[in-house]
Design a protein. Sequence first.
Length: 257
Amino acid sequence: MAAYRREMEIGGRLGGGLLAAIGRLGAISLLLAAFLLYLRAVEPRAYGEMRSVALLAALGVLTLLATYVVVDHFHQSELLAPVVLLPLLAAILLGRRVAVFLAFLGPVVLVTLRGFGPEFLVAATVAGVAAVLVSENLKHRHDLYVPVLVISGIDVLTIVTLGLAGRAPIAEILGKSLDGVLSSALVGVLASALLPIFEKSFRITTNFTLIELLDRNHPLLKRMAMEAPGTFHHSMLVSELAREAAEVVGGNPLLAQ
């Protein structure tokens, strides 16, 4: 009788684990389907380009891999996982409208998969949205420190607020706040290292690349200024007119210039 009960308990645990896995898979499938429908409605060009879809898949896999390394391999807190890397890179490479949805989608998927707590969900979501909004006006690669500072501040503010609301010990709040700061620093390092790789691999021209091409110290522009000064001056005037026109109609001034 005792052996039968043990077998029933084991079978129940296995069955419950299987049903839980099926439930998580179903929830994630629904989330991904919602994202694809949103992408199709908001960014139909990105939805129809295999390159953009492949980039989104690569960013998603990168986020999952980074979380696994931090949480499972190094046995660190989930607050240290660089989840905000997903919306930050998406904002720079694909635009704000796609990235804002990913700022919500990434943390929810990880909570569904890994069972992370509400602190992680709130901190990662709010910091992700803030990073997307800040990254829109970045002009140079070294300006990536701006979203890093914003992410760090949002993480600390969220952790402290939720910690005080839950009457957590001060030492615990400080420890989690440090995890948030380290996570934002890790996001900055990874973004700086991976952004040029994604730009070249997926042939995406970002504002950073356009600024670099506009540098008048570029060898080709310097040669043009010396060998064809009239053409060079005319080209500069036309580029300024194009930039001003793009600003008026709401286009990309850097791309037009």
